[in-house]
Write a protein of this length. Structure first.
Length: 91
């Protein structure tokens, strides 16, 4: 099923789709989009901000916030797929 939370070059799937759908604060949405724009414009793994996250079947990237920890993948066509969004301050 195609997500209702696709925004141009970003596609939210799985846990990220649910997290994004439940964001209610302007600060939360703004902080997330600032971080998404950062990883879209700086997709290179630098092991300081953006790390590789290998799995058995694929290679993802992870960025540790603040404000969020995000599991994502940059696709060849320029699309950014966000799989997981974690708010480290959430208890």
């Amino acid at each position: 099923m195609e997500s209702d939370y696709n925004a141009g070059f970003v596609r939210f799937v799985g846990d990220a789709e649910e997290y994004y759908a439940n964001l209610t604060s302007t600060a939360g949405v703004t902080g997330l989009w600032e971080q998404i724009l950062y990883i879209a414009e700086n997709p290179a793994v630098d092991y300081e901000v953006v790390f590789e996250f290998p799995t058995e079947d694929d290679l993802f990237k992870i960025v540790y916030g603040p404000p969020f920890t995000i599991l994502f993948k940059n696709l060849i066509n320029g699309e950014l797929v966000v799989y997981t969004i974690i708010d480290p301050g959430f208890a």
